[in-house]
Design a protein around this ligand. Structure first.
Ligand SMILES: [Zn+2]
Length: 246
């Protein structure tokens, strides 16, 4: 089965850049199920050489992109040239676990372009196994050096979780499943002073960062070896500023 598209008869492994193969050998992961894809990954150069960064460099680039976004000085992108460069592969410099809220756009917020950010989105930016697998893919196979859990102020998903936990609200459809993942953050925040929603949003990001950092066997190991850094941030709806949590 192709690990890129999931097609049992396909094989797109030649699309992967060389450095990821080498990085994974260093992480001792080549003997895992990734081995076939890693062997094929040694074939080509990264399509965006400017995205070959250390975790610290990737973080600095995100911060600088957000600064431009807030200041209204975002860069103009030549999409036509960029599309062509990315046909045969990708090497994003950051993976983002973002809330699905339509007011939060990671590519906009970090003034990034195609091939720069590998984004998983779900209302409430919590970590589930399928999202984790996606982030394992971008770090282990694509060589992404930085992961960001991106929450935002006035998050409706966290607000709904508070209503359930604090007021016993009953939600329709599958919404209780979503709230289930956010309850630990509400519980962690309910005894703090100040605004419960703001505190729960921050707790949710912090808890998710810790969960992601400790998610074995791939990401925890890459973090331990300092090949990947995991950070959390809160996007401010009014200003576009991302405040990072440390
Ligand atoms: Zn939200």
């Amino acid at each position: 089965m192709c690990l890129i598209c999931g097609n049992p008869s396909a094989n797109h492994t030649g699309q992967l850049p060389r450095r990821h193969f080498l990085g994974l050998l260093g992480a001792g992961l080549a003997a895992t199920a990734f081995a076939p894809i890693l062997r094929a990954a040694a074939k080509g150069p990264p399509p965006k050489p400017q995205n070959v960064l250390t975790p610290a460099e990737a973080f600095a680039r995100l911060v600088e992109g957000n600064r431009r976004y807030v200041a209204g000085t975002t860069r103009r992108t030549d999409f036509a040239t960029e599309r062509a460069a990315l046909v045969h592969g990708q090497n994003p410099y950051a993976g983002i676990l973002s809330c699905a809220d339509s007011r939060v756009g990671p590519e906009f917020a970090f003034d990034a372009s195609r091939g720069d950010l590998f984004i998983v989105r779900v209302a409430g930016n919590f970590l589930e196994s399928d999202g984790l697998a996606s982030l394992e893919y971008t770090t282990a196979v694509l060589g992404t050096p930085l992961l960001v859990v991106l929450g935002h102020d006035k998050c409706g998903a966290v607000h709904a979780a508070i209503e359930v936990v604090e007021d016993g609200a009953k939600l329709p459809g599958h919404l209780p499943e979503l709230v289930h993942h956010l309850k630990p953050a509400v519980k962690a925040a309910e005894h703090k002073s100040g605004d419960l929603l703001a505190n729960a949003i921050e707790a949710n990001v912090a808890l998710t960062v810790e969960k992601l950092k400790n998610s074995g066997p791939i990401i925890s190991r890459l973090v331990e070896e300092k090949k990947v850094r995991v950070v959390g941030g809160i996007y401010r709806l009014a200003t576009g500023q991302v405040d990072f949590l440390f």
